[in-house]
Design a protein around this ligand. Structure first.
Ligand code: PHE
Length: 371
């Protein structure tokens, strides 16, 4: 074991040699540390406040040094201190690492400990409904697209045949971005109020034939209540080709509803208005809860369709020829139809949910029912 020598003088050569011996001895002792108790006596030998080697050199070398050598001796004693501290810490770390390794290789796992529970996530009911409806159209050969949620006035309104200042714009309570007043109206940004702008974006990129569905988020300046939400989801559909007629529209949507809700479902089309379709219609389907009778059993009235037997589901129509003018299609050669449906409305009907807000609260007790 190392003992602190008396210094014969304080010359740099003597100090260097003494420091070197000391550090080498410390390293040698460190390498011999094999157990916790080895480590403890090693540490105390070098670092114990009372009579450890570091204390001894402080007293025996530094304090005993003549005034003019103090500075140099002090610096060296500091270096030695750092080296010793590092070597001691290294020994401790080596012991800890080898302990961890040996407990791993010896395979000591307590199999009676409870495991860590990792709850599985599940598709949100709105997304699940959206995907299921999209799948129906995919099976009919439709592709799936998307588009930006921040739109320009041009794509959300103008190119869909809503002229500037036309009252039809007021039916879609729009959320506009601030600071757009400098721009021409068509370039002003807003949150899209429907997925229909993606009809235009699709036709700009692609020549007919077009068959596409576009699911996505839309925004309206509506106060949240049981049937309204400022953010909701729609699925847009667009089919443009030669000789597409209203019969194709009806047949396609009727088939889609039968595949989604069951083959006994019937559809009904009533006249409506949208600036970008002509003629336009609202489509309803027979209530899948009461089968269209408005009654459950002999006398109970059906809550889902409010006893009417019908559920209003979507807006649709033949693409207005004016719209083709905005995308460079020739209205004399092509025709087509479009439709747009609210996904929350679909999910609410499907799962018999009476408050749209339940979808957005993130309450696991609600959501896990759909897992
Ligand atoms: N974009 C319309 C809406 O949000 C729905 C619609 C889409 C109507 C396509 C006709 C054709 O109200």
């Amino acid at each position: 074991m190392y003992t602190v020598p008396k210094l014969v003088d304080y010359s740099p050569a003597t100090l260097d040699a003494a420091a070197k011996d000391l550090i080498a001895a410390c390293e040698a002792e460190s390498a011999a540390v094999k157990s916790d108790s080895d480590y403890k006596s090693f540490r105390d030998h070098w670092m114990a406040r009372k009579n450890g080697i570091l204390t001894q050199i402080n007293d025996g070398w530094l304090k005993a040094a003549p005034k003019d050598a103090k500075r140099d001796v002090g610096a060296r004693v500091n270096e030695i201190k750092n080296a010793v501290e590092q070597t001691v810490a290294g020994a401790e770390q080596r012991l800890a690492e080898s302990a961890a390794k040996s407990s791993m290789t010896s395979g000591r796992v307590d199999v009676t400990l409870p495991g860590i529970r990792r709850p599985l996530g599940a598709e949100h009911p709105v997304i699940r409904t959206m995907n299921a409806m999209v799948a129906v159209f995919k099976a009919m050969g439709y592709s799936v697209g998307d588009g930006p949620e921040i739109e320009t006035d041009y794509y959300n309104f103008e190119s869909l045949n809503f002229p500037p200042n036309h009252p039809a714009r007021d039916t879609q309570d729009t959320i506009f971005l601030v600071g757009q007043e400098q721009k021409p109206q068509r370039d002003r940004l807003l949150l899209r109020t429907h997925t229909s702008p993606v009809q235009i974006r699709t036709m700009e990129k692609q020549k007919p034939p077009v068959r596409i569905v576009i699911p996505g988020k839309v925004h309206r300046n509506d106060a949240a209540d049981a049937t309204h939400s400022p953010v909701f989801h729609q699925i847009e559909g667009l089919c443009v080709d030669t000789h597409i007629t209203f019969c194709d529209l009806k047949g396609t949507l009727d088939h889609a509803m039968k595949s989604f809700f069951g083959s006994s479902t019937r559809t009904r089309f009533q006249p409506s208005f949208f600036p970008f379709t002509e003629p336009s219609a609202e489509m309803a389907l027979t209530c899948f809860k009461c089968g269209g009778s408005g009654k459950l059993g002999a006398s109970e009235s059906c809550r889902l369709c409010k006893s009417t037997g019908w559920i209003e589901l979507l807006g649709c129509g033949m693409v207005d020829p004016n719209v083709y003018g905005f995308v460079g299609y020739d209205p004399a050669k092509v025709s087509g139809f479009a439709f747009g449906m609210g996904v929350e409305r679909l999910a609410m009907a499907l799962y018999d949910i009476d408050d749209i807000q339940l979808f957005y609260h993130g309450d696991v007790r609600f959501l896990e029912q759909f897992a």
